[in-house]
Design a binder for this molecule. Structure first.
Ligand code: AMP
Length: 208
């Protein structure tokens, strides 16, 4: 959990590499549906462009399908659940499967750093690697260090108006989910206003 720009995706990519988990990132899955022009992608695009949440029923069926395929391997949810209704569905689905979430991490970052991070963010359309033009640029301009693809660019929804709306949606719809997992005794707070390595080290330490 964490607002847009908190570093969820960056931390998640490192964690899944470290622990051999499936990375179930709702935003990445949706962006790939949009790129491929699927029915789901077509339905989701207008919500994403405005920074609004895609309706729960679409997200829940998409995510439970992905989780089902990753039950054996283990998985990390990145950007899901984002509403209380989604949390109810995923909790029910996992308990039906006899699986429990081990921990929920909430990465906290000040609003000033969030906006700065988001406007300087570029990512790879092929593998999803994320860079920051100021703090962690790619070695060669425009080229992905991770997979070599050319054409790193900013996300369509990383402009100022959309970001402001995404932060508002986060406060209204997603913060209650944090309280839900706090009450369930699963929540671990992480200070995200530090280097990528320091944040990662803290998450790994809390997990172990
Ligand atoms: P993200 O990459 O996590 O910032 O997500 C980008 C966009 O995808 C969001 O602004 C939403 O429009 C949509 N999205 C991602 N995750 C969810 C979710 N769990 N529920 C609804 N919409 C989502």
């Amino acid at each position: 959990m964490g607002p847009p720009g908190a570093g969820k995706g960056t931390q998640a990519k490192r964690l899944v590499d470290r622990f051999g988990l499936a990375h179930l990132a709702t935003g990445d899955i949706l962006r790939s549906e949009v790129r491929e022009g699927t029915d789901l992608g077509k339905q989701a695009k207008s919500f994403m462009d405005k920074g609004d949440l895609v309706p729960d029923d679409l997200i829940n069926s998409m995510m439970t399908t992905h989780i089902e395929k990753s039950l054996e391997r283990g998985f990390l949810l990145d950007g899901y659940p984002r509403t209380l209704a989604q949390a109810g569905v995923v909790d029910g689905f996992l308990s039906e499967k006899g699986v429990e979430l081990e921990a929920v991490f909430n990465i906290q970052v000040s609003d000033d750093s969030l906006v700065d991070r988001i406007v300087n963010r570029i990512s790879c359309g092929k593998c999803g690697a994320v860079y920051n033009l100021k703090t962690s640029p790619p070695e060669k301009e425009g080229v992905c260090d991770r997979c070599g693809a050319d054409g790193l660019k900013g996300r369509a929804d990383d402009n100022e108006d959309t970001v402001r709306n995404r932060l508002k949606v986060y406060r209204e719809s997603t913060e209650p989910v944090i309280s839900h997992y706090r009450e369930a005794g699963k929540l671990q707070e992480v200070d995200g206003d530090r280097s990528i390595d320091d944040v990662q080290a803290e998450i790994v330490q809390q997990l172990s």
